[in-house]
Design a protein around this ligand. Structure first.
Ligand code: PAF
Length: 282
């Protein structure tokens, strides 16, 4: 695999390969097997894959979160070396390469701006849209692969592609879980051991909530989720919402459910000082 930190180098590797179609897997590094599953999918779909590793400052609404975000480039490259081929490229730009000037673009995503992560992390999706659109411009991928753990991010990116008329095909890839069910996330490595152990409660609770909805309505189910999540010390429920997978409109009662639509239970939890998200299809 090739590794470059410049746009010029990246474009040269792509054009020298003469290969297409091209797959892009955008990441912020601190790779785990969830990322590797996205890369394997990309390699299976296209003769050339670009994996970007860039901790995008514009999507962090909390400076400490940006500072503490794990950075493990050497290990990331080692992991990628096992799945990428000789023509594939790892793009590791510094901030100045991606943002030679401040990015002042403002994106609007309708209801996607008004729910869940958008409410609790103001400006986050604007930053995601800035970096993803910039990567699409630089890499010009035919397909781009994102994890379904970031459920709202995937909806925002689909909407971004729709609004910009980009022809890139967006693929959502299933959540990969640890043995105890915790969704793999770069943030998991920041959890203190006791908190990490208790974090298994998140997936356990949302799967039980999905089952509970067969016989109960949404307010009782939400209350159950809050009670379960807040049982371990230092766990706080940020939100649990049942939403459709297009506009992500939270529903308040099962009567609002439309048989032709898919629904997901989406959760955000503060586990110690770390924010974790997960979701499950209802
Ligand atoms: O999901 C992520 O890791 C990031 O939000 C992304 C899509 C790489 C943009 O920085």
């Amino acid at each position: 695999m090739k590794v470059t930190d410049t746009i010029k180098g990246l474009r040269k590797h792509i054009s020298d390969s003469g290969l297409s179609p091209l797959a892009l897997v955008p990441t912020m590094g601190a790779l785990h097997n969830g990322h590797i599953s996205l890369v394997e999918k990309a390699v299976g779909e296209c003769p050339i894959t670009v994996v970007s590793i860039f901790v995008n400052p514009t999507q962090f609404n909390d400076k400490n979160d940006l500072k503490n975000y794990p950075r493990t480039l050497e290990k990331d490259l080692e992991m990628l070396g096992k799945v990428l081929g000789e023509h594939d490229v790892v793009f590791t730009p510094p901030v100045e390469e991606m943002y030679p000037e401040e990015d002042r673009r403002v994106f609007t995503f309708g209801n996607l701006d008004n729910v869940m992560e958008a409410v609790h992390r103001p400006g986050h999706f604007n930053g995601v849209a800035q970096i993803v659109s910039r990567l699409f411009e630089i890499v010009a991928p035919d397909i781009a692969i994102f994890g379904l753990k970031d459920f709202q991010q995937l909806a925002v990116i689909r909407e971004l592609v729709k609004q910009t008329g980009n022809k890139v095909r967006i693929i959502g890839s299933p959540i990969i879980r640890e043995k105890d069910g915790l969704a793999m996330s770069s943030r998991n490595m920041l959890l203190e051991p006791a908190i990490r152990k208790d974090a298994a409660i998140i997936y356990k609770t949302i799967t039980s909530a999905a089952a509970m909805l067969q016989n109960s309505d949404i307010p009782e189910t939400k209350q159950y989720v809050k009670n379960e999540i807040e049982k371990p010390e230092n766990f706080e429920l940020i939100y649990f919402e049942i939403v459709d997978d297009e506009q992500l409109i939270p529903i308040k009662s099962k009567r609002e459910m439309n048989k032709n639509m898919k629904y997901f239970g989406c959760i955000a939890v503060k586990a110690g000082n770390i924010r974790l998200i997960d979701n499950v299809e209802i």
